[in-house]
Design a protein around this ligand. Structure first.
Ligand SMILES: *[C@@H]1O[C@H](CO)[C@@H](O)[C@H](O)[C@H]1NC(C)=O
Length: 204
């Protein structure tokens, strides 16, 4: 009995800690989707819920880092996460939206167009659940300044630095480190509190 009790306590504690143990890149996507979710019309929300996979438990935010987990399974999707420029910060779709082999439309802007069009077209051959999961992820990515950075430094990935005591790079600082640190320093690692605070500061 004592052992079962201990096991129970450990499991409950582990479950309570699970969200904080996720990679923070995930948390950034979770938070942006959680906030975006609140702006959906009831019609859009119904449409979204109908497309969510069962493992999402009816929550759009749960699927918003799925695209990162598919970068190896779907290798072709890897260059769809960003749109870098040659250094002038003036994104030109015709000039800049391509992969390293020059294939057109292969960048985050092309991907947003691709999956928006797919979701609007009921005869699209693409899996609509995947289209939604990609779209929700890429709209998050395109708002991360270093996902629209410079080709030379791979969107800040080659700019190595130290974030407090850990080795990091400029891209990762924006993707995760700054979020982790803010959550720890200002919100006692409470993700919901951070989401609520951001929501209170949105004026639209
Ligand atoms: C469009 O979506 C399909 C299906 O996921 C994918 O095979 C294709 O590479 C995508 N193209 C772009 C530019 O996003």
């Amino acid at each position: 009995m004592g052992l079962l009790m201990l096991l129970h306590v450990l499991l409950v504690a582990a479950a309570a800690r699970a969200p904080a143990a996720q990679a923070w890149g995930k948390e950034g996507h979770y938070m942006t989707c959680k906030i975006a979710d609140g702006f959906l019309t009831s019609e859009a929300l119904t449409g979204v819920k109908a497309l969510l996979p069962s493992w999402a438990n009816g929550e759009l935010a749960e699927v918003c880092s799925w695209a990162d987990s598919q970068r190896f399974r779907y290798r072709w999707s890897s260059p769809l996460h960003f749109a870098d420029t040659p250094g002038d910060c003036e994104f030109s779709y015709a000039r800049d939206c391509h992969d390293t082999k020059g294939n057109k439309n292969v960048c985050v802007v092309g991907a947003i167009n691709n999956y928006t069009a797919a979701l609007q077209d009921s005869s699209s051959p693409f899996d609509p659940t995947e289209s939604l999961m990609f779209l929700a992820h890429f709209v998050g990515d395109v708002h991360q300044p270093l996902h629209c950075g410079h080709v030379d430094d791979l969107g800040g990935n080659t700019i190595k630095l130290r974030w407090y005591k850990r080795k990091s790079n400029l891209h990762k600082v924006w993707d995760s480190d700054v979020i982790t640190e803010a959550m720890k320093d200002f919100f006692d690692k409470d993700q919901d509190a951070m989401i609520e605070s951001i929501q209170r500061n949105i004026t639209v």
